[in-house]
Design a protein around this ligand. Structure first.
Ligand SMILES: [Zn+2]
Length: 221
């Protein structure tokens, strides 16, 4: 049965981000009472799947507290079995109504993926390469398939394409997630975080999130 929970969860995220952007964070739910009340149970409202970049500190940039966010992060926010398993746990067991996939500008993983297409690209470790290769399809699309010059590739555009790929792959590979979206109990927002301004701007919205209630620029409110 469809609910308003996905929309409400995103609205709360945007309000928290707006406080952070304005330099007026409340640092909610970080006290002793909150800590103790969560000792035996958690009921987060949001899965935050984002890049590991140290500047994307999840609870800080959305002005959240203990027990609010179920956080999954890796470099370049790339899908893996463990990422899907973690997200499915949050959606299936904890009944979280919203997944926010968060990319950002000036992403080192995106940069590395762009640099990797150059003929004289330096080799990296197999594990780092495994992350980068998942971003390379976005690089090839943006560069038109003939991009041998990394300097000519628009990194912001690659970041956006990769974000969209990531949301699509999550829906494609996880039946649990796509079923929850189809039932109206789960929404997904793919957003880009701007390091300088601190704003998280929605780029893709999937599922039961009412567009009428959504502004795609949280700094506007
Ligand atoms: Zn990054």
């Amino acid at each position: 049965m469809p609910t308003t929970r996905p929309t409400k969860a995103w609205e709360v995220m945007m309000r928290g981000n707006a406080r952070f952007v304005a330099g007026e964070p409340r640092h909610p739910r970080q006290d002793i009472e909150r800590r103790e009340s969560l000792a035996h149970v958690q009921k987060p409202d949001v899965v935050l799947f984002g890049c590991s970049d140290s500047r994307l500190a999840a609870e800080i940039i959305f002005d959240k507290g203990l027990g609010d966010l179920f956080v999954v992060r890796n470099a370049g926010q790339v899908i893996s079995d463990s990422v899907i398993g973690s997200i499915e746990y949050a959606v299936g067991v904890l009944e979280v109504p919203l997944i926010v996939v968060l990319g950002h500008d000036e992403c080192g993983a995106v940069r590395a993926a762009i640099d990797s297409i150059a003929p004289e690209a330096e080799s990296v470790s197999p594990y780092i390469d495994g992350l980068i290769q998942q971003i390379v399809p976005a690089v090839r699309r943006v560069s038109g398939g003939n991009g041998h010059d990394p300097a000519s590739v628009d990194a912001s555009e690659v970041g956006r394409e990769h974000l969209r790929d990531t949301v699509a792959e999550l829906l494609e590979r996880s039946e649990l997630v796509s079923d929850a979206v189809a039932r109206g109990v789960l929404g997904i927002v793919g957003a880009n975080y701007k390091l300088h301004e601190g704003t998280a701007v929605a780029d893709i919205i999937v599922g039961n999130i009412s567009p009428a209630d959504i502004t795609t620029d949280s700094a506007a409110k």
